[in-house]
Design a protein around this ligand. Sequence first.
Ligand SMILES: Cc1ncc(COP(=O)(O)O)c(C=O)c1O
Length: 432
Amino acid sequence: MDTERLYSEYVNTSFVKGIEPVVVDHALGATIHGADGEEYVDLFAGISVVNAGHSNPKIIAAAKAQLERVVHAASYIYHVPLVAQLARRLAQITPGRLQKTFFGNSGAEAVEGAMRLAKAYTGRGEFIALQASFHGRTSATLSVTGNAARKTHGGPYLPGVAFAPAPNPYRCRFCTGCCTLACADAVEDVFKYQTSGDVAAFIAEPVMGEGGIIVPHPGYFRRVKQVLDAHDVLFVADEVQSGFGRTGAMFAIEHYGVEPDIIAMAKGIANGFPLGAFIAPPEITDSFRPGEHLSTVGGNPVACAASLATIEVLHDDRLVERSAELGAWCKSRLEEMARQHEIIGDVRGVGLMIGIELVLDCATKQPAAAEAATVRRLCREQCVLLGVGGQDGNVVRIQPPLVIERAQLERALDVLDDALRSVAETRSVGAS
Ligand SMILES: Cc1ncc(COP(=O)(O)O)c(C=O)c1O
């Protein structure tokens, strides 16, 4: 039986309506080789995961070497050297006083663990999150996710979660023209009107991924942190998607000059090996009492070996800087395209975490979701794979492996340009 048929009969794929008709054979760098012999340019990196490139030889070698030694040894019962080495490395590359790491297996597990730690440390149980946010698909992480479409059939959710407005400059409900950071000030109103004063933490993605690559104003988190400090409330930065060089900094919160109390991470941490983690200063971390938190295969030695190698590759190959440089070039090329395509309402992003919001009308900003899906299909037919997301499904996402060659990216953007032109032509034929 062929793979697509096996999928439809046996695999529970609930996420994408009609999984993409691409059968992956193998992948290298920013290229996915299909079973059909086609070579696809990968602009989505397995949903922003393989930052150091598919099948990176140094990472594969490190994981293979570890496979030969020990695959699993219960890293929370016995001492596993790699776990300690990786934890120290994470303390070195994360901002401020963040020092001690808990390892799990996924982004959702990292965020949920961070929430539990915030509760343990503060002795309080409420959370403030952002509208349009996404934090995972467990019950607790969906509770702090501000997107109804992602929450269907999962409720009722945890009580004690309040949502502040998304800091979305393109669709700001507060300011016309000059930003006054009113969306950050609105966090104070959330404390005042929507909580019982028992808030453990504010949780936010420094750059919002699934919500449509929303980049808050440079002053946003500093202003929010002032509000949080006044209430003695922790700041949990969810860097699951924005971490590990994706935005041209090791962690996106660095762009804001703010030190979070806890960072949750996953995805790019081990370049595709399953690993999630959260890190905090010792006085916060140590509020877990013995026996309170554990993950059986969390801190798996093979994933930790891959993670250590990933961090070395990001450094040695200057991939964080590359993300910043290539991202700036890519964004300016897209801005140029936006001047030619009326359907592009907004181009935004940092580093190689870029969103192109498609709208039916630049004045009303009505989301062009069907058109975004068509753009994705047309690009795929020309062997370019990209993501589509956003609250309304109208944001084209460019988040390639950071190793992508500039020529590859240029070719992919030419394909995107053609796809946007073709969508515009179809619309104008439909309208006449
Ligand atoms: C910001 C953010 N947090 C958490 C998650 C959940 O990660 P995972 O799918 O590894 O559980 C995601 C996944 O897209 C994410 O983007």
